[in-house]
Design a protein around this ligand. Structure first.
Ligand code: NAD
Ligand code: PRE
Length: 380
């Protein structure tokens, strides 16, 4: 795997934009094709930065809803070409829509947010499409339900945003896609499409299958058992509520890495069941403990997994439940030169306050707290 370049978002502030409006890095207007969860979230986030956004969708209802929620406006016949087109359609039509966007807006840069990067790229190459103005991308942020109704302006805040470019990508095209990702609060990472698909196979696609199959075990279960469900089951099954149609496309487009991962996982399950079948057998208890301990080591590697990361220290800052407060905190962290490794937000139900749990390198945690307190922030 190549060296990954990582950029943590800083937030620029504009005095011209009026109170609470943050200056955008994005130059020019952005046209979003596919105005569901991802597309409308991109629109909402960019509109909050004052970027002009136009919207398109196969479904007139979806595009109207996205516009009603404030994600942008419909494109007019006289609108000039956008600077950037964001394709946020389902994976199986992504290559078609990218090809059409490149033809319809020849001076624009085109990006997409599909969950798989290799299949659309290879398909476009196979068709001989000139990809000079195309830069693939994928924000590692989403929700288990799609649709404009579920969109959120802060969906991408502090989430990894992978960019797949090649040697032919012009610097200006790359800069524009990066500007949008940073304006939306994403943390930039560069990968090849192959590296991307292998990586998300492990951290996104395998978990989806495991979660779905686990939740499927509940279907025939007795009501009395289901009633006992607690945090453990909830934590491991949230994404089982995801849209099967979207996931058939994602998994189908990344089948090789996923099947390999599933075979390895099935072997682990088999080994576990074998050891548990006769725990009195010499070595069986150790086998079970080893497999569970490997899980401890694995979970501690998940960046920002609350309370379990050994790499980072967490500082907790009180954030008033007012528009712009979180952005102000992120701006000030940037000004203080503190890199935010992860961010988790907690809201106290009914209280006008939230808590931002910010993961930072342990060596800067003390200074970060002192500097924030000096600037008037309250910390735990
Ligand atoms: N849902 C997630 O958590 C998530 C996260 C990251 C990336 N993605 C990727 O983002 C993309 C969109 O996913 P979503 O969750 O927003 O789905 P969604 O169903 O909420 O939105 C997709 C929209 O695209 C529209 N559409 C379909 N074909 C179209 C076409 N040819 N032209 C114009 N519009 C068209 C649909 O009408 C729909 O409104 C997918 O490629 C998905 O892999 C999803
Ligand atoms: O958190 C969720 O609900 C998601 O579905 C997010 C998630 C993920 O697996 O992390 C799912 C698929 C996308 O391609 C990117 C992000």
């Amino acid at each position: 795997m190549s060296d990954l370049k990582v950029t943590i978002p800083g937030v620029a502030r504009s005095d011209e934009g009026g109170a609470g409006v943050l200056a955008a890095r994005t130059r020019g207007s952005v046209h979003v094709i596919g105005s569901g969860l991802l597309g409308a979230s991109v629109g909402l986030g960019l509109r909050a930065r004052g970027v002009e956004v136009t919207l398109e969708d196969l479904s007139p209802t979806t595009v109207a809803l996205a516009a009603d929620y404030g994600a942008g406006r419909l494109r007019g016949a006289d609108d000039p070409e956008p600077a950037l087109v964001v394709v946020a359609t389902p994976p199986d039509v992504t290559a078609d829509v990218i090809e059409r966007a490149l033809a319809a807006y020849p001076s624009a840069v085109v990006t997409d947010v599909a969950s798989v990067k290799l299949a659309p790229y290879l398909e476009l190459r196979r068709r001989g499409v000139d990809l000079t103005h195309y830069v693939g991308s994928h924000p590692m942020a989403g929700r288990e339900r799609g649709g404009a109704f579920m969109a959120r302006a802060d969906l991408f805040t502090a989430r990894p945003w992978i960019i797949c470019r090649d040697e032919a990508t012009p610097a200006e095209a790359l800069a524009l896609v990066e500007a949008v990702a940073l304006d939306l609060g994403g943390v930039l990472l560069e990968m090849t499409p192959e590296e991307h698909d292998r990586s998300v196979g492990l951290v996104s696609h395998l978990p989806q299958v495991v979660s779905s199959l686990l939740a499927a075990r509940l279907v025939p279960a007795a009501e009395q058992a289901i009633e006992l469900a607690g945090g453990g089951l909830r934590d491991t099954t949230r994404i089982a509520a995801s849209d099967p149609e979207l996931w058939v496309q994602i998994l189908g487009a990344n089948r090789e890495p996923v099947v390999e991962l599933l075979d390895a996982f099935a072997a682990d399950l088999g080994a576990f069941a074998e050891a548990l079948r006769d725990p009195a057998r010499p070595g069986a208890k150790r086998r079970i403990a080893d497999l569970l301990a490997a899980g401890n080591r694995g979970v501690s590697r998940i960046p920002g997994k609350h309370g379990s990361s050994e790499r980072f220290a967490t500082i907790t800052v009180f954030v008033d439940d007012r528009p712009g407060e979180l952005a102000r905190l992120l701006t000030e962290l940037g000004e203080l030169g503190i890199n935010m490794e992860d961010l988790r937000l907690e809201h106290s139900p009914g209280a006008q306050i939230g808590f931002a749990e910010i993961a930072v390198l342990p060596e800067v945690a003390e200074r970060a707290v002192a500097d924030l307190v000096e600037r008037g922030w309250r910390t735990l």
